[in-house]
Design a protein. Structure first.
Lengths: 217, 248
């Protein structure tokens, strides 16, 4: 139960950032005419290959992992939307300064927390599932599967069309084994906001990030 | 000597577990009838949090150190053999359940895995089936009950075993009784050794994940709960849960 769940969700859930990370290379790719699933496939396979061949990352070089995530992931994620969704109704009441801080701290939390697992990628491969969306959809879900040892891991993305920007698509939510990232953090953030307000949430995130950074050293 | 300590610990663990299970189930009925739930999904949150706290304490004091020592002392190939052996036994139970759930593809895969790994894989020690890309589909009696239409019921944190739902609690005697990876031998000594091996193996495989969880979760209890419930719902609907469009 708990162990199966934990093993699956967390260990492989890190792959989600690996795969988003690959989207960074899409900056060099053609823009908006690529179908979203072809886009994800091309990028995630490219990223997995990059991770597997980088000895420093596989040895656990945290700085390199964080740099990889920062440079290749963020341009392809609509982080503002992700943060706004996770924060919920409180987002609109937050000042622009608070919003900026929330986004920043959430970003650091995810990057630093999950980056450690990128080194664990070994021989996984990605296979895409049939696409259901119509070509005119502005928001699509792309479904894939990570295979390689054990039960296959379901990995789904929600993308929004951003014509002319980056590679034409941006991720705004991620699902690993049926667990949506934004929904999970919505719950986490909601309790903090109810107890301590937006500033309280920012403070909690900041403290947590400091603690994580200290722990890794 | 580690095994002997494990033997004693696991024996008492089982007794305590049975006792607390009884308390949990009785408490469940009491709590559910008493007050209005805060969350629809977690009406027993105060009690669950308490048990969660207990689990964390036991983990920090016993499980994690033992698992860490295990990974330090036992070489990688030996640990892999242990994992494969236990997984193969668990696959046998998954096979039965995929049959009960009438899931033909999963049944075939599990069947292939068990046959290959038990024969060519030398009693399960080598995971031959994965090299042939035969997927693993882990399932248990709790999931089978769900497939037959039993609703999951409230979220329950079990002592030691962790997150569960009422349905899984009901299925627990069947799962623990019939799943061969929980016990193989006839007498208590063998059973306890198997249980110890299973617990240590699982905990060791989660050492890295545990660290990530500590960093990623603002509130570990609700993080685990929400993830567990989402995951269970996803499995229930084969990856297509209704109201899946939950993103804003």
């Amino acid at each position: 139960m708990m162990r199966n769940f934990l093993r699956e969700f967390l260990h492989k859930g890190l792959l989600c950032l690996v795969l988003i990370g690959g989207l960074g290379t899409s900056l060099l790719a053609r823009a908006d005419d690529e179908a979203p699933d072809a886009f994800i496939k091309r990028i995630s396979t490219g990223v997995l290959d990059a991770i597997k061949s980088d000895k420093a990352i596989r040895a656990g070089d945290m700085a390199r992992v964080v740099a990889l995530v920062d440079s290749r992931i963020l341009p392809n994620v609509d982080f503002q939307r992700m943060t706004a969704s996770a924060v919920g109704p409180g987002w609109r009441q937050a000042t622009p300064e608070q919003q900026k801080q929330l986004q920043e701290q959430f970003r650091i939390l995810l990057v630093r927390t999950y980056a450690g697992a990128l080194a664990q990628v070994s021989d996984q491969t990605i296979s895409m599932k049939p696409q259901r969306a119509s070509p005119d959809d502005k928001e699509v879900m792309v479904r894939s599967e990570v295979k390689g040892g054990g039960d296959p891991i379901e990995l789904d993305y929600r993308l929004v069309k951003t014509p002319g920007e980056g590679s034409g698509w941006k991720i705004y939510n991620l699902n690993v084994l049926g667990v949506w990232l934004v929904e999970t953090y919505k719950s986490q953030f909601a309790s903090e906001i109810n107890a301590k307000g937006i500033d309280g949430l920012i403070a909690t995130l900041t403290e947590r990030n400091k603690a994580n950074a200290a722990r890794k050293n | 000597m580690m095994l002997r300590t494990g033997f004693c610990a696991a024996y008492w663990l089982r007794r305590v577990l049975q006792g607390m299970l009884l308390v949990a189930v009785l408490g469940l009925q009491a709590c559910s009838s008493l007050s209005a739930p805060d969350h629809d999904k977690d009406p027993m949150e105060p009690m669950n949090r308490a048990i969660f706290g207990f689990n964390e304490a036991v983990d920090a004091a016993v499980l994690k150190p033992v698992a860490t020592a295990y990974t330090t002392v036992v070489p990688d190939w030996a640990r892999k053999g242990v994992s494969n052996f236990l997984n193969n036994l668990q696959d046998m139970w998954s096979l039965v359940n995929s049959g009960l759930q009438a899931r033909g593809d999963d049944f075939s895969d599990n069947f292939g895995r068990v046959i290959l790994n038990t024969t060519i894989g030398v009693g399960g020690l080598v995971d031959v089936a994965s090299k042939f890309n035969i997927d693993r589909h882990t399932t248990d009696f709790g999931t089978t009950l769900g497939r037959w239409g039993v609703a999951p019921g409230p979220y329950v944190v079990l002592p030691i075993l962790g997150p569960s739902t009422l349905r899984e609690v009901a299925a627990l005697p069947v799962d623990m009784g019939a799943d061969p990876s929980y016990h193989l031998g006839g007498d208590t000594t063998d059973e306890v050794e198997m249980l110890t091996m299973k617990v240590v193996d699982k905990r060791a495989s989660l050492l890295g994940a545990g660290d990530v969880l500590d960093g990623a979760a603002l509130d570990k209890y609700s993080f685990i709960r929400d993830g567990y419930l989402q995951r269970q719902r996803n499995r229930q609907y084969d990856g297509n849960p209704p109201d899946d469009d939950s993103a804003p």
